[in-house]
Design a binder for this molecule. Structure first.
Ligand SMILES: [Fe+2]
Ligand SMILES: [Fe+2]
Length: 493
């Protein structure tokens, strides 16, 4: 018998038939499967899934609570209250479910407990949606939310964000972003001497973790098991970038110990770390032909690493908790695009053009004042226009570069276009958006939603795809399906 049960009641041994679809427009992320570990149940909880359907003939039976039929009936009785979007504050957690109206139906949009990410706000506004709806029974929660977010609301009106109320704090934040670079812990092993000083950050205050030349200890930051779980972002000072680059070179030339899969994974991380350095150089010197060549080589290395050992790819695209750096975002978008291109069976030339273009898609941001790119608060309309200009700036920089093929510029030019014509800069519609544009627009928003910033909570992967799935007319449905499938391969592994 198929029955609906709360995730709370799940036990190892149940057979998962499907998840409750009302909040997730993308159930194909999950194939039917038997739950074999507690971790899988935890993952469902982490993704905010509250109810699932199980098949009691294929697996264990567990108590249910609400019958599906009752839920349906209850749904029809719900009254909704309209809420203008301006009443919500960007980047605050919304304590009630938000719905949008589509063809006289109320469609779940943002699940209670998720952040009203500025990108979510932008998506709604750019689709000319100015109101959301709340189950009227929860309006008292809205009143409480209004009270609780009084301070954030006031700050946001002034273009500021909590924790960044003064110019001094904003400057400190900018200094930290400009002077330190996040590095991946997986290239440091207990027992080795660290080739660079390592730092961590807390509330834009940077502190030393380990001085250059000291031995890497076996602790909650560096030991094997801890690496995957700990949320500390390890940083190096940009003055030591060269030393770090040399260290990576030595590491890739030398012997890495571990089983074959581990070695491949570390090699892939080294490639990714190197791409970050190269991309940072490129963004610092966007017109340098040499930097463009280096970046192209780095992309070749990532592709090579993934082609040689496809499983290493999942290590590369694991979600990071880094603050926002254009070069990290660029490498993420490049890596995810490569994975997606491979899942779509694109040929080698396509793969390469798409990957090079994805790495460089935001190169124009280097010509937008960095205090706007890093601004902790909401951008004013004028500032937003300036930031949007990064597309044209990027085109200007790359169009005369003979090392970049015409097709490789497409991700740059089209990554903010949407199939429904609501994108920018050219408001392209449907077929006018090239396949590379369709790919990079999905990957770009996904990475933005899943990247945490000092003042901004991030979405978990599944929450992000779920939200993207609700903006169906913006994205290519088939490419989106393959993208979700690709993410899903690692989601419940
Ligand atoms: Fe962009
Ligand atoms: Fe981007």
């Amino acid at each position: 018998m198929i029955k609906k049960v709360p995730v709370e009641n799940l036990r190892v041994g149940v057979f998962l038939e499907k998840i409750d679809q009302s909040w997730f427009a993308t159930p194909f992320l999950f194939t039917k499967f038997k739950v074999t570990t507690e971790k899988q149940i935890q993952k469902l909880k982490d993704y905010g899934i509250q109810e699932v359907y199980i098949d009691t003939e294929k697996g264990l039976d567990v108590p249910d609570s609400v019958e599906a039929a009752e839920v349906k009936k209850e749904k029809c009785d719900i009254q909704y209250t309209e809420l203008p979007i301006r009443k919500l504050v960007a980047d605050t957690i919304i304590p009630f479910n938000l719905y949008i109206k589509k063809d006289n139906d109320y469609v779940p949009y943002l699940r209670q407990g998720l952040p009203f990410h500025s990108r979510v706000q932008f998506e709604l506004e750019s689709n000319k949606i100015h109101s959301v709806y709340v189950d009227s029974r929860y309006m008292p929660l809205f009143e409480k939310y209004e009270k609780d977010t009084r301070v954030e609301r006031e700050l946001s009106r002034k273009g500021l964000a909590p924790g960044f109320e003064t110019q001094e704090k904003v400057e400190r934040y900018n200094n930290y972003l400009n002077n330190y670079m996040p590095v991946d812990r997986n290239v440091f092993f207990p027992g080795m001497e660290t080739p660079v000083s390592l730092y961590k950050e807390n509330d834009t205050e940077v502190s030393l973790v380990l001085e250059k030349g000291k031995s890497i200890p076996e602790n909650e930051i560096f030991s094997k098991g801890a690496k995957a779980n700990s949320k500390i972002n390890l940083l190096i000072h940009v003055l030591e970038n060269e030393a770090y680059r040399n260290f990576l070179k030595e590491l890739s030339a030398g012997k890495i110990s571990g089983d074959a899969e581990e070695v491949a994974k570390i090699r892939a991380v080294v490639v990714k770390e190197n791409s970050k350095l190269v991309t940072k150089d490129l963004l610092d010197n966007p017109r340098s032909g040499e930097a463009v060549k280096e970046a192209k080589n780095a992309v070749g290395d990532i592709i090579q690493a993934v082609l040689t050992n496809p499983s290493s790819f999942y290590g590369l695209m694991k979600i990071n908790t880094y603050d926002y750096y254009t070069y990290v975002h660029s490498v993420n978008v490049c890596t995810l695009s490569i994975g997606l291109a491979m899942a779509m069976n694109l040929d080698k030339t396509q793969l390469s053009d798409l990957a090079v273009g994805s790495l460089m898609h935001d190169i124009g941001k280097s010509l937008v004042p960095s205090h706007l790119i890093n601004k902790p608060g909401k951008l004013t309309d004028v500032e937003f226009v300036q930031v949007k200009n990064h597309v044209n700036f990027g085109l200007e920089v790359l169009k005369s570069n003979t090392d970049i093929s015409k097709n490789a510029i497409i991700p740059l030019v089209q990554h903010h276009e949407k199939l429904n014509g609501m994108g920018y800069p050219n408001k392209l519609v449907g077929d006018q958006v090239h396949m590379y544009g369709r790919i990079s627009s999905i990957v770009d928003v996904y990475d933005a939603l899943t990247t945490e910033r000092s003042y901004k909570k991030a979405f978990k992967p599944f929450e992000a795809v779920s939200l993207l799935g609700k903006n169906k007319d913006e994205f290519d449905a088939e490419i989106f399906r393959i993208f979700v499938q690709m993410l899903g391969k690692q989601a419940l592994g």
